[in-house]
Design a protein around this ligand. Structure first.
Ligand SMILES: NC(=O)c1ccc[n+]([C@@H]2O[C@H](COP(=O)([O-])OP(=O)(O)OC[C@H]3O[C@@H](n4cnc5c(N)ncnc54)[C@H](OP(=O)(O)O)[C@@H]3O)[C@@H](O)[C@H]2O)c1
Length: 240
């Protein structure tokens, strides 16, 4: 995907990885970036002031909000599904209501946004969809079992969409980071990659027409294991 003069839209762009993805898209030559957030005015003032940036309100779990954003951004050529939530809890004792919230956001929300933007992306093709997933979509970790399942569903949707969208001129990139140093993992004592590095590698992979990226050193190593032997990754992550 040639990002020069592209028109991108990033969900959950007000903080964390999403804010870094906006910066990388601008650095890669995007003509316009829609920075979307569920709270109006949440995008940093200096980013919003950039003449290439247009801010929109978008809650990916709200069908009316998704429809409104899609209607307002008809010129999009790159959709970056970054917004996500994480609930901690194991498969046996995690709160099922919270698991459902993760599924509604990470799986159904991502799918809803993608469906809403496909007509514009197809019209503006060549185009691309980037889904920010996680390494633990490919094998879970015990304390994040519900989140892993929601991202596994989004991973499956990513594969299904890749096949369906190819013939419409829309490429699909799945990104599978390991831990990133953002609010999502605040308080978790683990190795975390800087979000700017993860964002840079995701956008580089998009520019290089990749379909899959493991965008940090930890996920690159573990992703290599997964590609060789999926069961081995399961054993590594679950200690089983
Ligand atoms: N951090 C990690 O270790 C890690 C690892 C692998 C993958 N990821 C994935 O990377 C992506 C970005 O996460 P992050 O680390 O940047 O987390 P973060 O700092 O918690 O940011 C999450 C972003 O998603 C937005 N969001 C949540 N629910 C939304 C909704 N219903 N509609 C619109 N926006 C919504 C948040 O908006 P508000 O400000 O309104 O809450 C926020 O902008 C997520 O998909 C996450 O699963 C993260």
């Amino acid at each position: 995907m040639n990002l020069n003069e592209s028109v991108a839209l990033v969900t959950g762009a007000n903080r964390g990885l999403g804010a870094r993805l906006v910066q990388e898209l601008l650095r890669a030559g995007a003509a316009k970036v829609y920075t979307t957030s569920r709270t109006p005015g949440a995008v940093a003032a200096d980013v919003a002031a950039d003449p290439r940036v247009t801010t929109l309100t978008l809650d990916i779990t709200d069908p009316a909000s998704v429809k409104q954003a899609a209607a307002a951004a008809q010129d999009v050529t790159v959709l970056v599904n970054n917004a996500g939530v994480l609930t901690f809890g194991s498969a046996l004792d995690g709160d099922l209501d919270a698991f459902e919230r993760d599924l509604r956001t990470n799986y159904l929300g991502t799918l809803r946004v993608t469906r809403a933007f496909v007509p514009a992306l197809e019209r503006n093709a060549p185009a691309a969809v980037v889904n920010v997933l996680t390494l633990i979509a490919l094998a879970p970790v015990t304390p994040m079992a519900g989140y892993s399942a929601s991202k596994a569903a989004a991973h499956s949707a990513t594969q299904a969409l890749r096949a369906e969208l190819r013939e419409r001129g829309i490429a699909v990139l799945g990104a599978y980071p390991g831990g990133i140093d953002t609010d999502m993992l605040a308080g978790v004592d683990a190795a975390k990659a800087p979000p700017e590095v993860v964002a840079m590698r995701i956008i580089a992979a998009l520019g290089a027409h990749q379909t899959v990226v493991f965008p940090d050193d930890a996920s690159a190593g573990a992703g290599g294991v997964y590609l060789q032997d999926p069961l081995k990754l399961e054993q590594m992550l679950l200690g089983s």
